[in-house]
Design a protein around this ligand. Structure first.
Ligand SMILES: C[S@@+](CC[C@H](N)C(=O)[O-])C[C@H]1O[C@@H](n2cnc3c(N)ncnc32)[C@H](O)[C@@H]1O
Length: 232
């Protein structure tokens, strides 16, 4: 984008790609504030409200904001999750680098985000299936996902938006979302999920719970087949 800007890395770059041109973002759990600083320097956003639950990351964010002289564009403060004011002034909300369960807890406490005005850009470090389940069950449509590899680990970045008439979903969608099965990284993520569900099925078998064992084994096999490019 702009060669003078530092490199973000594949994970945050994928988040940046989903941010809409000319908008205002909220970055929750910003830590160093690299993403909003990069977006402000590149000219992709006009303003960012960035927050973190801890004071130390906010000190680090403030130092970086000072370094790049972005006081007027990147506003940093300490907060737990999404506060209505000033985060609700954003149009794109980024929550990256946290566990899926933590992201769900943050979203669930901010009912005001249930509006088509907001685009959610979410990058879970774990339990992506729990996050997708929350999104689907609360009328958020997953518009797109981008799987990326950074430091030999694969992550997905989920782009979602509230839709009062969301598409139908089933349990399979919690594991696959909009990953698709045409890309090496998405296939590896889905294959890993298939392995986790196989282990769950084995655990159910050891407990003698035949019904649950059958359910998870079938789901695991379906995911494995899908990860190999099969249609489901
Ligand atoms: C690993 S860092 C991620 C930094 C950056 N977003 C990224 O993806 O590179 C996670 C940050 O989330 C913050 N955090 C965790 N729970 C939070 C919450 N409920 N509200 C705001 N920040 C939170 C932590 O303090 C930490 O700085």
């Amino acid at each position: 984008m702009n060669e003078k800007i530092f490199s973000l890395g594949a994970r945050l770059e994928a988040c940046a790609d989903f941010v809409r041109e000319g908008g205002v973002i909220a970055d929750i759990g910003t830590d160093h504030a690299y993403l909003p600083i990069w977006l402000a320097l590149s000219g992709k956003i006009t303003c960012a409200y960035v927050s973190d639950i801890n004071d130390e990351p906010i000190k680090s964010a403030a130092a970086n904001i000072k370094k790049y002289n972005l006081y007027d564009k990147v506003i940093a403060f300490t907060a737990n999750g999404l506060t209505e004011n000033p985060h609700s002034m954003a149009n794109d909300i980024v929550i990256a680098g946290m566990g899926g369960d933590n992201i769900v807890a943050i979203l669930d406490k901010a009912q005001w985000i249930k509006s088509p005005r907001y685009r959610l850009i979410l990058q879970p470090m774990s339990r992506a299936e729990r996050l997708r389940e929350y999104l689907y069950s609360n009328s958020f449509e997953i518009l797109a996902e981008k799987p990326v590899c950074e430091a030999n680990r694969i992550y997905t970045v989920i782009c979602a938006q509230y839709n009062p008439n969301p598409p139908h979903f089933n349990e399979f969608d919690f594991y696959v979302g909009q990953l698709g099965n045409k890309n090496e990284y998405s296939m590896r993520l889905i294959e890993k999920q298939a392995g986790i569900l196989k282990a769950v099925a084995d655990g159910m078998s050891a407990k003698g719970d035949c019904e649950k064992e059958k359910h998870f084994r079938e789901l695991s096999e379906k995911l494995y087949l899908y990860s190999r490019g099969g249609e489901v």
